[in-house]
Design a protein around this ligand. Structure first.
Ligand code: NDP
Ligand code: HEM
Length: 501
């Protein structure tokens, strides 16, 4: 039998198909119809602000299972023994588009995981790419503006997109990844996921190591070509959302093998690259992948808004045994996510069911605020310290202490030759001939829309990473190769001067 239709206060509704009016035909509606007013007023407020980035996404429930015991490196309880399973919720997304934008657009794919552990919720908020465009959080808002709409035309704009990237040469590695077919994945199941950043793991003895996470798809990597992706954007803007939902509905559960790379503090001091620089990877040869577990998605959300739209991931959500590294980009992210969620969902967003610490108790002295739907601490004390049996701190959870020396300043980080090395390696060692052909074509289609002086500046960066790469792009764009080579030898300031409007 169907349930009884009610108002939001549980009052039965006699007629939900007609407003209360003064007559049978065309007539006035009276203010007294509070059922109508409640329904319209609630509808008027249905939209919450969309995420400022990663607005379009799809999500699913599943579990993480430990397959390798690495508990000597971390005290995190959910990693303590082989076979241990933890509930997870995952959200995949594109980055730049709005909530209704197409899933097939060229973009990194966001890959956010919430682990509901017995020590609270732990989030890994990464991408399908192991690196990032910039490495200082202060540049992020400018970067995002260039990927979105032009302030005057409200259109995507190749000039501002490439102007920013070519004037931020640390982006060269990720800009290259972005224009491979990995950034038009077939769907969300056929791609890897990476933490990208380096994180801290520590054990009960306060010994620590640095780690990076890699989630390798068991479905195999599958991508769309640029032309296939563009066509799909028009034909089915929700293709990846649909694919994930249908695969899980059919019992075809997607799975990822989860690995870490692990570096000791001593090794970090000596590594050939800054190990905390998010524009670079740790070479597999130096730091091979160590198995950790597997991740399975086996349940669709029942309600998109309640779960996928309201879920709040934050790189600052750590559990004991895991913490941040001195990666400058990550340091900014530790603030930005909770901050945006206080605005997007409210200060009590942790009380929304999808965000609750399902497997851990929440006890503290924070109280009140809008949309407080918990017991708000009941009759217990709302201050600490107290002598009334309130929740107590526990020093045994203290993370390791770090000695810091330094000079506080706005330390500008220059872009150096070393920042081009991995892009060169990627071109020479990793990309197949077909991958290179697609990369150059994809760049031509997009960079070709920017002003010629910006094309020159960006192509000079590709040349600096690997002359063969720069020449291939220059030929595709019809640029003068001598000029590209000359520009590649200039400092960033000289290059900017030589290519200004
Ligand atoms: P390896 O030479 O040991 O392995 C190459 C890596 O690249 C594998 O992880 C491979 O895994 C991945 N890969 C292959 N084709 C592509 C592609 N078209 N787009 C993106 N990734 C691809 O790597 P190294 O550690 O020696 O690093 C060499 C270069 O490889 C780096 O400079 C970086 O550009 C790139 N790379 C490195 C990664 C790392 O974490 N070390 C991760 C990914 C890329 P798979 O095909 O399963 O994705
Ligand atoms: C979402 C900021 C870098 C991955 C977001 C959101 C903000 C944000 C404000 C919206 C969150 C929400 O509304 O819930 C930033 C800032 C960055 C940064 C300030 C740099 C300083 C990165 C990097 C990655 C990343 C480097 C990947 C390695 C994601 C993902 C989401 C997201 C996956 C979507 C989470 C979800 O599905 O809800 N980011 N971001 N971001 N970001 Fe970032």
């Amino acid at each position: 039998m169907s349930k009884k239709l009610t108002t939001n206060k549980g009052i039965p509704i006699a007629n939900d198909q007609a407003s209360t009016t003064t007559g049978e035909g065309s007539s006035r509606t009276i203010l007294q119809d509070t059922e109508l007013i409640e329904k319209l007023a609630h509808f008027d407020r249905e939209r919450i602000p969309e995420r400022v980035v990663h607005a379009k996404g799809a999500g699913a429930h599943g579990y993480f299972e430990v397959t390798n015991d690495l508990s000597k490196y971390t005290r995190a309880k959910f990693l303590e023994e082989v076979g241990k399973k933890t509930e997870v919720f995952v959200r995949f997304s594109t980055v730049g588009g709005e909530r209704g934008s197409a899933d097939a657009k060229r973009d990194p794919r966001g890959t956010a995981f919430k682990f509901y552990t017995e020590e609270g919720n732990y989030d890994i908020v990464g991408n399908n790419i192991p690196i990032f465009f910039i490495r200082d959080a202060i540049k992020f808002p400018d970067f995002v503006h260039t990927q979105k709409r032009h302030p005057e035309t409200n259109l995507a704009d190749a000039d501002m997109f490439w102007d920013f990237l070519s004037l931020s040469p640390e982006s060269i590695h990720q800009a290259t990844f972005l224009f491979t077919d990995r950034c038009t994945p077939l769907n969300y199941r056929h791609m890897h996921c990476f933490s990208s950043h380096t994180y801290l793991w520590y054990n009960e003895k306060e010994e620590y190591v640095w780690v990076k996470y890699h989630f390798k798809t068991r479905q195999g990597i599958k991508n769309l070509t640029n032309d296939e992706a563009q066509k799909l954007c028009g034909e089915n803007p929700d293709h990846a959302t649909e694919d994930l939902f249908e695969a899980i509905e059919e019992g075809n559960y997607p799975e990822w093998d989860v690995y870490i790379q692990l570096m000791t503090p001593e090794e970090a001091l000596e590594y050939k690259f800054d190990p905390f620089d998010v524009t670079k990877v740790w070479y597999h040869e130096d730091y091979p992948l160590i198995p950790l577990g597997k991740l399975v998605l086996n349940k669709n959300p029942e309600n998109y808004f309640a779960e996928v739209e309201q879920v709040a991931f934050a790189p600052s959500n750590f559990v004991p045994g895991i913490g941040p590294s001195p990666d400058r980009l990550l340091q900014g992210r530790l603030f930005a996510y909770e901050d945006t969620q206080r605005h997007r969902l409210g200060p009590n967003h942790h009380q929304i069911p999808i965000n609750q610490a399902k497997n851990a108790e929440v006890n503290n002295y924070q109280r009140d605020g809008p949309m407080n739907v918990g017991d708000n601490g009941g009759s217990g004390p709302n201050y600490y310290p107290n002598s009334q049996n309130g929740p107590e701190q526990d020093i045994s959870f203290k993370p390791p202490a770090f000695e810091i020396q330094g000079v506080i300043d706005k330390h500008t980080r220059p872009v150096e030759d070393v920042d081009f090395v991995q892009t060169g390696e990627f071109w020479r060692r990793v990309l197949s001939d077909e991958d290179k052909e697609h990369l150059v074509y994809n760049l031509k289609v997009h960079l070709g829309n920017a002003q010629e002086r910006i094309q020159y500046r960006q192509t000079a960066l590709f040349y600096k990473a690997e002359p063969e790469y720069g020449i291939a792009v220059a030929n595709a764009l019809g640029l003068n190769i001598d000029k590209v080579e000359k520009l590649s030898k200039l400092s960033p300031e000289e290059r900017k001067e030589a290519t200004k409007a």
